[in-house]
Design a protein around this ligand. Structure first.
Ligand code: HEM
Length: 487
């Protein structure tokens, strides 16, 4: 370490207390530390190197400009086995090549092609709602997004195979991202833990042992069994896709399965399984957590719900039908999602592990430090968002001011920014549009002046501590045809 490199202030709290501060009520803990130390401070958790959190604009801009050679993504503390050759853990050229593989599956054209099926999936769920039913919103949205991923990844919308996939995906996600697994990961080191899980998975898969999955006693054994079963289905599909070799197929698994390297060889099956399971992890809890906060803001603001409803209805009348692409691009709806992600981002920060002593803003940080742009505090900075920064006011996004990549970053940024951002946003907007148009809900968060619930970490994402229990008061029929013919 260079003599000049040094860490920003560290709270006197014990390491355990700091870890607890991040686990439950992370937003309060961030605000408390900001009050004591200003915009940049260091947390030191058990078994980990120092983590520098900052909402300083100069520092964040420098983080977004970092070259990939300056940090090491393989150190990311994710205790889930998605294979070490997953995009999330790769560095430099390998990482860039991996992104090139996935990004085309989420480009604007593909998203437009998917919008109508996404809307059909959502409609099927809403059609099933009955007055008096209770739903936990993040779990409900998680369920909807799993249907979307079955379509995006596998081109499956119904049938036995889809049901089996969905059941395995959900069970594997719940086991892998449980509090128990994340606590074990934190205690023994996330990287070592996921390597241990991967080794067991490879051994079991090679021996053809499917295990008893959900019924096992040990949580890591259940997670490994479920991954073995899920991977087996993916392997069968990869082989069938290669057999068919149909260039018209555009679902993600088919694109990956038919990709060849520079020497004309197909990608290794395990590599494809890694990307497929990685997309599940990356897209599931993030969308569920984002939807939970978005839903609370809407319940608190009936005038916003009405404005969204009016905007969607006007779009239907104008088009003479429900056009899912047009709906997912509506400006007020988009502003409402932005405003929710601004005040309550599901990812409080995103991480870069520095390989070398590095100057970021006014700080010279030592090698081995993890630096995290503090998304939550940045989004609540009055210097960026004005004096009404704490108010949920979607209109601010329609007043002509543009917020830069260092000012609004719920999807991270720079060379590792979220690959699924547009898909994630599209599906959330379509879900909320349909909720606002057709469903009246009742929750404990309906008081406009009531406090937000405390946050807690689930699978690395910030969610309302006890979820969002919502009762269906009424649900209107689909009724698009009748309105459009009247128009
Ligand atoms: C509202 C939903 C979502 C949120 C809030 C979210 C947020 C994030 C964040 C904060 C990162 C880290 C970026 C960084 O380090 O700079 C990330 C990375 C990533 N996300 Fe998302 N995400 C969402 C949905 C999705 C979906 C639906 C997919 C795909 C199906 C996806 C795929 C990925 C991938 C593959 C990465 C790793 C990119 C890389 O390392 O190069 N995400 N996401």
């Amino acid at each position: 370490m260079n003599a000049e490199a040094k860490l920003p202030p560290i709270p006197k709290d014990s390491k355990i207390k700091q870890a607890l501060g991040l686990g439950i009520g992370i937003w309060d803990y961030m605000e408390a530390n900001q009050k004591k130390f200003g915009d940049t401070f260091t947390l030191t958790l058990p078994g980990q190197g120092p983590m520098v959190w900052s909402c300083n604009q100069a520092l964040i801009k420098d983080v977004l400009r970092l070259k990939e050679s300056q940090y090491d993504a393989s150190l990311v503390q994710l205790p889930v086995d998605i294979g070490e050759n997953n995009t999330v853990f790769l560095n430099e050229k390998q990482h860039q090549d991996a992104r090139k593989l996935i990004i085309p599956s989420f480009n604007a054209k593909r998203l437009k092609d998917r919008a109508h099926v996404m809307h059909e999936i959502i409609t099927r769920h809403v059609d099933g709602f009955r007055p008096g039913q209770e739903h936990n919103i993040p779990r409900l949205v998680g369920d909807m997004t799993l249907d979307v991923i079955c379509f995006t990844l596998l081109n499956l919308t119904e049938g036995e195979r889809k049901d089996r996939y969905k059941d395995l995906m959900l069970s594997w996600l719940l086991e892998s991202c449980s509090d128990t697994m994340f606590t074990i990961g934190a205690m023994v080191g996330a990287r070592g833990f996921r390597k241990f899980l991967h080794k067991r998975y490879r051994k079991q898969a090679a021996a053809g042992k499917m295990g008893n999955g959900k019924k096992g006693i040990l949580p890591w054994k259940r997670a490994v069994d479920l991954k073995v079963q899920l991977a087996e289905m993916l392997r069968e599909d990869i082989r069938a896709i290669r057999e068919r070799n149909n260039e018209d197929e555009v679902h993600v698994l088919s694109v990956l399965a038919r990709t060849k390297d520079a020497d004309g060889r197909y990608l290794d099956e395990e590599r494809i399984i890694a990307e497929a399971t990685g997309l599940l992890i990356a897209g599931h809890e993030t969308s569920a957590a984002t939807s939970a906060w978005f839903f609370i803001w809407l319940q608190k603001n009936p005038r916003v719900v009405k404005k969204i409803r009016d905007e969607v209805e006007a779009c239907i009348q104008e088009e003479g039908r429900y056009d899912a692409i047009k709906v997912s691009e509506l400006p007020y709806l988009t502003a409402c999602l932005n405003e929710s992600q601004r005040l309550t981002p599901s990812a409080v920060g995103f991480i870069r592990w520095l390989r070398e002593d590095t100057k970021l803003g006014d700080h010279y940080l030592p090698a081995g430090t993890a630096v995290l742009p503090n998304v939550y505090l940045t989004h609540r900075d009055p210097a960026i968002y004005g004096d009404d920064v704490l108010e949920y006011r979607p209109e601010r996004w329609q007043e002509g001011k543009k917020y830069g990549p260092s000012e609004f970053l719920p999807f991270g940024g720079g060379a590792r920014a979220c690959v699924g951002m547009n898909q994630g946003r599209q599906q959330l907007k379509l879900i909320v549009a349909e909720f606002c148009r057709r469903v009246v809900w009742k929750t404990e968060f309906d008081d406009p002046n009531g406090p937000l619930p405390r946050s807690r970490m689930i699978g690395g994402q910030t969610e309302p501590e006890k979820g969002v229990m919502a009762r269906v008061v009424s649900v209107a029929p689909y009724e698009v045809e009748a309105q459009s013919s009247a128009a």
